[in-house]
Design a protein around this ligand. Structure first.
Ligand SMILES: Nc1ncnc2c1ncn2[C@@H]1O[C@H](COP(=O)(O)OP(=O)(O)OP(=O)(O)O)[C@@H](O)[C@H]1O
Length: 395
């Protein structure tokens, strides 16, 4: 991976003399998922606003693709097309009379032809699942819907980097997971995603790279395991350890678990360690069926469900969830789907994941990497490649 955005020795002093960033040096790799974590006032929002030139460093340099950022209006227009920022408070971002007009604002400003704007707005609206809200005033929408409109307003510009300040604040857990899953999907299709968050659970399991900030400084940066390895550093930054790590450390302390090379990143990892320690890893795992919804008629999904081959059903991605809702399929899992299905498989139960496009391979890869890591065989059956008649009863 190569660096797409970089900060070199960046300081930022607000007009009232407050130093919000102090000699920050940071490298953001193209295609990565980066989470800035830190307490209130650490400088996260200030840093994010450097990434599309909204703020200009008091000293030091911001680099985009190796070139120092320039702050004339033409250069800023270009950088804001490549790096889209979604503010923490959607009300700061949404101002047009309708959702559709709000999303069209950026492309309109760039002088795109009308036909192209309509096409892009339609695509962005349906991507974030807000087709039927296109004519509503944004201020009538729920917090989650407003966040989706703000994301759509960025997506229409086809940015390479998505920057989101506290994307899950004030959202309920399911909506938060849906937003994060949407960001995962976009990352899978090549976008670099940078977020700020206080939510250590989210940062720990979601990010490729965590940047721990405190008092305008970057205190530590690296993989989530590396950044959260030292509880003292984390507590000093007024944060807490992710629950999975807290439990793991407690179990190590009590001699229930022995240290492993890779610390558990999520409940699936932790449960595997606990089950192995308890000598309960001999059970035959359940199967996981992955169904590409864009190539499989809904009637076929009903056949699978009525065949009794699966106990649980989950949907991944906006399109799959939309079809599930249209077809009145009752979902057991609508977020964290792969991990939940792997947990069920380890417990001997079979499940079906409906999804589409590149997410099919992504889900398959993730399941296989868990299976390899745990040294177990989870049978993965991809539909429509396999036939329903081959589905054995394996509840
Ligand atoms: N417009 C401003 N004028 C003066 N000082 C500011 C301004 N905006 C932010 N600051 C100060 O800069 C520091 C960093 O603020 P920033 O909003 O970047 O932190 P943060 O990590 O995003 O905090 P939070 O998690 O609370 O959103 C804080 O001490 C804040 O008081």
């Amino acid at each position: 991976m190569s660096e797409i955005l970089g900060l070199r020795d960046v300081c930022y002093i607000y007009g009232d003399g407050h130093a919000a960033l102090r000699n920050v040096t940071l490298s953001i790799e193209s295609g990565s998922k980066v989470a800035l974590v830190g307490p209130n006032g650490a400088g996260k929002s200030t840093l994010l606003l450097m990434l599309n030139g909204t703020l200009r460093p008091s000293s030091g340099t911001v680099l985009f693709k190796g070139e120092p950022m320039r702050y004339d209006s033409r250069s800023l227009r270009d950088i804001r097309k490549s790096v889209g920022v979604v503010f923490q408070n959607s009300d700061d971002q949404l101002f047009a009379p309708t959702v559709e007009q709000d999303i069209a604002f950026g492309p309109l400003n760039l002088g795109y032809p009308r036909e192209k704007i309509e096409r892009y707005v339609g695509y962005a609206l349906s991507y974030v699942g807000l087709d039927e809200h296109r004519n509503r005033p944004p201020h009538h929408l729920s917090g989650g819907e407003k966040k989706r409109v703000a994301i759509a307003g960025i997506l229409v510009m086809e940015p390479e980097v998505l920057v989101l300040d506290e994307p899950t604040s004030n959202l309920d857990p399911a909506t938060s997971e849906e937003i994060m899953e949407m960001l995962d999907e976009l990352n899978l299709y090549g976008k670099t995603v940078v977020i700020s968050t206080h939510d250590v659970e989210l940062a720990y399991r979601w990010a490729d790279e965590v940047v721990l900030m405190d008092g305008g400084n970057v205190v530590r940066t690296g993989t989530p395991e590396r950044v959260f390895a030292d509880p003292d550093v984390v507590r000093k930054a007024r944060l807490k350890l992710p629950a999975v790590l807290e439990i793991y450390r407690e179990m190590l302390g009590r001699g229930i678990l022995v240290p492993v090379d890779e610390m558990p990143r999520n409940i699936v990892d932790l449960m595997h360690l606990i089950e192995s320690a308890a000598g309960r890893s001999g059970r035959k795992p359940g199967r996981i069926y992955i169904c590409d919804i864009s190539a499989t008629p809904p009637s076929r999904i009903r056949d699978i469900l009525s065949s009794g081959a699966v106990r649980y059903i989950g949907a991944m991605g906006t399109k799959a969830k939309m079809i599930a809702s249209e077809e009145l399929l009752e979902l057991d899992f609508s977020y964290g789907v792969v991990d939940k299905c792997v947990l069920k498989a380890i417990a001997g139960k079979s499940s079906l994941i409906i999804t589409s496009g590149g997410m099919v391979e992504h889900a398959e890869r993730r399941i296989r990497s868990y299976a390899e890591e745990f040294g177990i065989e989870i049978e993965v059956i991809i539909l429509p490649r396999a036939h329903v008649s081959t589905l054995a009863d394996n509840r």
